[in-house]
Ligand binder design. Structure first.
Ligand SMILES: [Zn+2]
Length: 65
């Protein structure tokens, strides 16, 4: 399967809801992700910077099953 054929989900900034942080594959096993703002950043495993508001968004990964 080519990358552009994989079902994907757009992860948007939880603070401004406009910034596109990343695309994640929904196939074959959807990632469960929890997004944290700057106040809870110590729980995150990965950080992305929102291209719109410039805030650091923390992400914690877990599997749905
Ligand atoms: Zn933002």
């Amino acid at each position: 399967m080519r990358a552009d054929q994989i079902p994907r989900r757009v992860i948007r900034c939880p603070l401004c809801s406009k910034g596109r942080l990343a695309d994640v594959a929904d196939y074959p096993d959807p990632l469960k992700m929890t997004l944290y703002g700057p106040q809870q950043a110590d729980r995150a495993q990965m950080f992305l910077k929102c291209p719109k508001c410039g805030q650091q968004i923390g992400i914690f990964f877990g599997r749905t099953r």
